[in-house]
Design a protein around this ligand. Structure first.
Ligand SMILES: *[C@@H]1O[C@H](CO)[C@@H](O)[C@H](O)[C@H]1NC(C)=O
Length: 413
């Protein structure tokens, strides 16, 4: 998180160093050339450098690719002084040249519809590209590979779809990758976790599927969010290798199965671990008791069983421990004392004797009569709803055994 904060600070610094004295001359004119590009001509010429001329070409191409602009933002995208366009920010490039370049695009919440044209790759010095909450669709231009300074890419909450935009993996400076709330599907390329420039990965709320790549632990990020996708398979054991950097990880609402790997215990900087609404089985690893920075621990709505160990409930920074809607059979008295320490604990919907709001005994008996295994399930929970939380389903009279694993998922690696 510290790295992220530093990153944000650097960005603000960058944006606020936009000089206000950059003047344009009103008699500057734009002449279309035979190639369809535009040249800047007139008394502006001595002030405009090649980078800004390229930016002009890029931004005019983008304006043409925008089909709806209800807030009238691109109406300000007129004339050669691109540094005064709304949403466009200029500053000197890092080589301390006295020329201005376009260093940031911030069009968050602009409600624009359209696509990203290849010409955007002409914004060679771009450090920030923020277009969250618009209606952009189509590919991320291949020419983005030229954006060697791009540090933050936020295209979240748009209408992008198709495969993971692999071009972003070639950006040497990329630290913040946010593609959440789009329509991306398919596999997550393993290269995303080998990319050492990244500090934050947000791929949540898409339709990604298949395994979370096993090399997860190679990633130096402080934050990663996989929530609300269709990932299956297990949580990679390599997660323990992220102990030097990881502050938050979120697996919420996927189809992950198998057991929580004991290697998570190495994550002593982790504040937030959310693996709720999956198909995780087995018991909670005792090693979680080593995760001394944990503040929020959420494993609700899984198929976990056994004892909730004292060591977890004794974690010094724990504020919210949710393990509702599993099949735990007992919890340490230390967990029952968590509320007196001001922490929230949600133990409802389990199989713990003498604790209120537990599952009906028949439901517990049926589940607990089956052997637990860390072998991943490749199938969704059974269609009879017998594992549904107690307050959301009527109690079935009998419980069919879960069907055996069907075809294994296709192997991509
Ligand atoms: C505790 O965590 C649960 C699950 O993540 C969440 O729904 C709830 O709002 C949290 N409670 C507080 C007070 O933060």
């Amino acid at each position: 998180m510290a790295k992220l904060l530093l990153a944000c600070f650097l960005c603000l610094l960058l944006l606020w160093t936009v000089p206000s004295g950059f003047q344009t001359s009103s008699d500057a004119t734009l002449l279309p050339t035979a190639s369809g590009r535009h040249l800047l001509q007139g008394s502006i010429a001595p002030l405009v450098n090649p980078a800004l001329q390229n930016a002009f070409i890029a931004l005019q191409a983008w304006k043409n690719a925008i089909t709806s602009d209800p807030l009238g933002i691109t109406a300000t995208w007129v004339g050669p002084n691109v540094c005064q366009y709304r949403g466009v920010f200029c500053s000197p490039p890092p080589d301390k040249s006295c020329q201005l370049v376009v260093s940031g695009i911030d069009l968050n919440h602009a409600l624009l519809t359209g696509t990203l044209p290849e010409e955007l790759g002409l914004l060679t010095y771009l450090a920030l590209f923020h277009i969250n909450t618009n209606f952009f669709s189509g590919p991320i231009p291949y020419s983005f590979k030229n954006l060697f300074l791009l540090f933050e890419l936020d295209i979240s909450n748009n209408r992008f779809s198709g495969d993971f935009p692999a071009v972003v993996l070639g950006l040497p400076s990329l630290a913040y990758l946010d593609i959440r709330f789009n329509g991306y599907r398919g596999i997550l390329p393993p290269a995303i976790f080998d990319k050492q420039s990244l500090d934050a990965i947000f791929v949540n709320n898409n339709y990604f599927a298949c395994y979370i790549p096993a090399n997860l632990g190679n990633s130096p990020v402080s934050v990663v969010n996989f929530a609300n996708n269709q990932f299956d398979g297990t949580i990679p054991g390599s997660i323990g290798n992220m102990f030097k950097t990881l502050n938050e990880i979120n697996f919420l609402n996927n189809e992950l199965s198998g057991c929580i790997p004991p290697q998570v215990g190495a994550l002593t900087l982790l504040n937030v671990f959310d693996a709720s609404f999956n198909l995780l089985g087995g018991t909670l690893p005792d090693t979680i008791a080593n995760m001394i920075s944990l503040v929020d621990l959420d494993v609700a709505d899984n198929l976990l069983t056994g004892v909730v160990p004292a060591g977890i409930c004794d974690l010094p920074n724990l504020v919210n421990f949710t393990f509702s809607d599993n099949f735990f059979t007992s919890e340490s008295p230390d967990c029952l004392r968590l509320p007196s320490r001001g922490a929230i604990v949600d133990d409802r919907g389990n199989c713990i004797p003498n604790v209120p709001f537990q599952r009906p005994p028949q439901q517990c008996a049926a589940f607990l009569s089956q052997p637990t295994t860390c072998y991943p399930k490749y199938i969704a929970p059974d269609p009879y709803g017998s594992w549904a939380p107690i307050d959301r389903s009527p109690l079935p009279q009998s419980y069919p055994a879960p069907p055996p694993p069907v075809a294994p998922p296709p192997s991509y690696y």
